[in-house]
Design a binder for this molecule. Structure first.
Ligand SMILES: [Zn+2]
Length: 187
């Protein structure tokens, strides 16, 4: 996987084109070993992205070019960094121009690259975007006639980004917010 990504990137950072200390980064909440879910990044970009170094806005001027990448993983990180710096003005201008397909935009907004609390199921296992989860309790969904029973599998859930106790699942065609404490990962 790493080799595929590095080849695609010509061994250079796909955000700023630097060729020093380049490694691969899987863009959360994607977790599997698929080259389309990762990008090549230099240490300067990586440290600032992950909050391990202070953001140097000038370093990110290169997003002006890299945001036009055809690789979704690159566009997703470009969007997230621009979003974090949007108060500076020029990043907002770029955000107005960047184009992400609906699925890429959902990816961009569904997780953070900064360390922080994670979504955990009732067993304490980390829940990732797109997981299939089993209900461990029959739920009474207020204001709806949706039946949600213990043992039901909710497929392809989405994480609620600002609340690690909630995920969104689709049941009988309706999107419902579910509490992670009543879910466990399906095998
Ligand atoms: Zn870089």
């Amino acid at each position: 996987m790493n080799q595929d990504v590095m080849e695609r990137a010509n061994q250079a950072c796909e955000l700023c084109a630097s060729q020093s200390a380049v490694s691969t980064y899987v863009v959360p909440p994607r977790s599997d070993d698929n080259p389309t879910h990762a990008l090549a990044m230099c240490k300067t970009c990586m440290d600032q992205l992950k909050g391990e170094a202070e953001i140097d806005p000038n370093h990110w001027r290169s997003l002006n070019d890299s945001m036009w990448s055809e690789v979704d993983a690159v566009k997703v990180i470009a969007w997230r960094m621009l979003d974090r710096m949007r108060d500076l003005g020029w990043p907002q201008d770029l955000l107005d121009m960047i184009y992400l397909e609906e699925s890429a935009m959902e990816w961009a907004t569904s997780a953070s690259d900064l360390p922080g609390p994670k979504h955990l199921d009732s067993n304490g296992s980390e829940i990732c975007q797109g997981d299939n989860l089993v209900l461990i309790k029959t739920l009474d969904v207020k204001g709806s006639n949706v039946a949600v029973k213990k043992g039901d599998v909710v497929k392809n859930i989405r994480l609620v980004l600002d609340n690690t106790e909630q995920v969104i699942g689709r049941i009988d065609g309706q999107e419902i917010v579910l509490l992670t404490q009543y879910l466990r990962k399906s095998k």
